[in-house]
Design a protein. Structure first.
Length: 360
């Protein structure tokens, strides 16, 4: 009988399998806090103080194992790595030196193995009576170097890069600026360029992008709205202005750009549904559902206020909108109806901080 019970226990253990990682929303609020939210429980799990001075958190990047979140802080002059369970600062890199002021302008990502952190930097040399703009660069840090980390290498980089997204295999770093670049993370060499601003499209003016919110971790597909206008129509014609969606599959490197409507309400960020990767959602003062494959707007609803950032659950069954004010809205991807509102205690402003998801 004892052997039978042991056997049944072993079968039950094997049937249970490994624990499924749980989604936690990671947001930032002014002046210097990271917010960990349990979306299933519809509540804030913890507020973490970011050490040092701060006005508003910027880009947030979760580590692949979901244990640490890296956040741009200190007036864009530092990046802090915070343990999401304990709140302890386990990594920090301060960029400035006595003669050079360096800012991190949005683009940040961590390698798929979690070992290296890539930060877009804009340095300025401080003279006695003038500022001397230096070449932009990508500073690479070992995440294991902890507090006081210094770059292990510095790569040349095109100007105006605002978004980094690592390829799934870790062999290339995608960078969005005026164009979309595939970069060798070891040398900084540009492996290929997909034209965005320089897209040569008959009867169209150069496209523009206003997106600094990375939200690709669930689907493995980076997406962003873009805006363009027809050069063969008068600017008084509403149909002359077009909004589209750019998608980049981080598994195979496929890039697609397709218009979906005359420009109206979509402005900033978007996210791809991991359950249906042709389905893209964008947020601002309205929440929009888009069929990126067909280039069609599917549905749109008004929101109670403006939101900058949007993310999605791992199973594609919930949307999360955040940024600007002090709440996170939970919506149905099917109907776009609001399912819940999660208030951040004290009602602090989220500003332009990222809305990311860490799995742990």
């Amino acid at each position: 009988m004892k052997k039978l019970l042991c056997g049944l226990a072993a079968v039950a253990f094997l049937a249970a399998g490994p624990a499924v990682a749980k989604d936690y929303l990671i947001a930032g609020v002014k002046p210097n806090k990271l917010v960990v939210i349990d979306p299933a429980a519809r509540k804030v799990d913890k507020l973490i103080e970011i050490p040092g001075p701060g006005i508003a958190p910027g880009t947030i990047v979760p580590a692949p194992d979901g244990k640490v979140a890296y956040v741009v802080t200190n007036r864009l002059e530092s990046i802090s790595g915070l343990d999401l369970a304990t709140g302890k600062e386990v990594f920090r890199a301060d960029f400035a030196t006595p003669n050079v002021r360096t800012k991190a302008m949005f683009a940040v990502d961590v390698s798929p193995d979690g070992k290296e952190l890539f930060v877009m930097q804009s340095p300025v040399k401080l003279g006695l009576g003038e500022y001397e703009v230096q070449d932009t660069q990508i500073a690479v840090y070992n995440t294991a170097d902890g507090v006081g980390a210094k770059p292990v290498r510095v790569l040349k980089a095109p100007r105006r890069l605002v978004m980094f997204a690592f390829a799934k295999d870790g062999k290339s770093l995608w960078a969005l600026g005026w164009d979309l670049y595939q970069i060798d993370p070891k040398t900084g060499a540009i492996l290929q360029t997909h034209k965005v601003l320089n897209w040569e499209r008959p009867n169209f003016n150069p496209p523009d992008i206003l997106d600094v919110w990375p939200q690709f971790e669930q689907a493995g597909v980076f997406s962003t709205p873009y805006f363009t206008s027809r050069s063969d129509l008068p600017p008084t014609d509403p149909s002359a202005f077009k909004t589209g969606i750019l998608t980049l599959d981080l598994e195979n490197g496929k890039v697609d750009m397709k218009d979906f409507e005359d420009t109206s309400v979509v402005i900033f960020s978007s996210v791809v549904n991991p359950a249906r990767k042709t389905e893209v959602f964008s947020v601002y003062s309205q929440l929009s559902k888009i069929d990126a494959e067909k280039g069609e707007l599917v549905k749109r609803i008004d929101l109670p206020h403006t939101y900058y950032a949007i993310n999605v659950s791992a199973d594609g069954k919930e949307l999360y909108v955040g940024g600007t004010m002090c709440d996170i809205g939970v919506h149905s991807p099917e109907t776009l109806d609001r399912l819940a509102t999660i208030e951040i205690p004290g009602c602090p402003d989220q500003g332009v901080a990222s809305l990311r998801i860490a799995k742990r």
